[in-house]
Design a protein around this ligand. Structure first.
Ligand code: ADP
Ligand code: MG
Length: 342
């Protein structure tokens, strides 16, 4: 059984200008595997529907091609873990067979290969062997091929052989449609003014839009109240407070990247190089001081770290500020810039 989410279908995917092209491309791949676009490389920020589209293509394959069509669908993390395990058990042949017999190889979050040379090498061979056998390859990533840190050039160039498609954050109208559909799937309705209220405050991430709907509906159920603006303001209060136009994590990341001459994708990566890791810790610290995001959420914005990593980063930056007045000045000036501008 493939680990597919039943809800992640083409049918449930709302199309807008932000995703029209990747959606059309995914449909074309689903119609004509290994003929339309191969490989198909889908990228975009977190929570914008990459995994959803990948699952939608797999559902379509199964519906159209039947169970004889062999899909190897894995998160990149699972690919890497299986590789490591097979290497430990000296069963690389078994590993290779598993992947190379597939009619379609679908790997989610391929940026996870960054910095993992052996797994990259293995993936390179898997890729070539499937590609040469004219099998469909579908990959998703949170950044375009060239921006994935430490991915080898030979992989980057292969990713670009087929079609690279980007999903952007949804425009206002699309956010409204998504909110309404998410409520509808749950047999509920959201009035227009409430949908607009949410769409005005949650702008960058469809997962957060969906989270707002769930929270609102849950709150309405518990309080036995109708879904209206008052309820939305209460239920989603934290979401509004954090919407300080002056300081958002985006803005913090851009300022820190600029200050240390890094790429945004460096701050959002898991790279351990000190010249990247240290500014990333500064970014986490500033996010904690200046926004109301939780530790988990902050970790998510900085390369998918857990809350203990964020706690560690904050403690480290605080200690460094106590030790080094110059460093404290630097952080104070960054904080001042963030508070003043917007
Ligand atoms: P990603 O893999 O890009 O981080 P996901 O595919 O996990 O994002 O999407 C996050 C959530 O948002 C999922 O529940 C998904 O169904 C929903 N979602 C994203 N884009 C859309 C869309 N265009 N229409 C409907 N739901 C969407
Ligand atoms: Mg995903």
């Amino acid at each position: 059984m493939l680990p597919l989410n039943e809800q992640y279908t083409f049918e449930n995917f709302i199309v807008g200008s932000c995703n029209r092209f990747p959606h059309a491309a995914a449909m074309a791949v689903a119609d004509a595997p290994a003929t339309a676009y191969n490989p198909f490389f889908l990228h975009g920020g977190p929570g914008l529907g990459k995994t959803h589209l990948l699952h939608a293509v797999c559902h379509a394959f199964l519906a159209r091609k039947g169970p004889g069509f062999h899909i190897a669908y894995f998160s990149c993390e699972s690919f890497v873990n299986q590789y490591i395990e097979s290497a430990e058990h000296r069963d690389l042949d078994g590993f290779r067979d598993r992947f190379r017999q597939a009619d379609a190889l679908v790997i989610d979050d391929i940026h996870f290969l960054a910095g993992k040379e052996r797994s990259q090498d293995e993936f390179f061979h898997t890729f070539n062997s499937l590609y040469n056998a004219q099998k469909q390859i579908i990959l998703s990533s949170d950044s375009p091929p060239r921006d994935i840190p430490t991915i080898e050039d030979r992989l980057v160039s292969r990713f670009k052989w087929g079609l690279v498609a980007k999903i952007d954050p949804p425009a206002f109208e699309t956010r409204i449609s998504i909110l309404k559909r998410k409520a509808q799937i749950r047999g509920r309705e959201i009035p227009n003014d409430v949908a607009e209220f949410i769409a005005n405050h949650v702008t960058q991430n469809v997962r957060e839009l969906e989270g707002a709907v769930l929270k609102l509906l849950g709150y309405a159920g518990l309080a036995h109240r109708p879904v209206d603006l008052d309820l939305a303001r209460e239920a989603l209060g934290d979401l509004i407070r954090r919407d300080d136009p002056h300081v958002g994590i985006d803005r913090i990341q851009r300022l820190v990247a600029e200050k240390f001459s890094l790429k945004l994708s460096d701050l959002q990566s898991r790279h351990r190089l000190k010249s990247i890791a240290h500014p990333r810790q500064i970014g986490m610290y500033l996010s904690r001081m200046l926004t109301s995001y939780s530790l988990e959420e902050i970790g998510g914005y900085f390369g998918g770290r857990d809350h203990s990593t964020v706690i560690y980063a904050i403690a480290k930056i605080e200690a460094e500020m106590r030790r080094d007045p110059g460093f404290k000045n630097l952080l104070d000036s960054l904080e001042g810039t963030l508070r003043r501008s917007g």
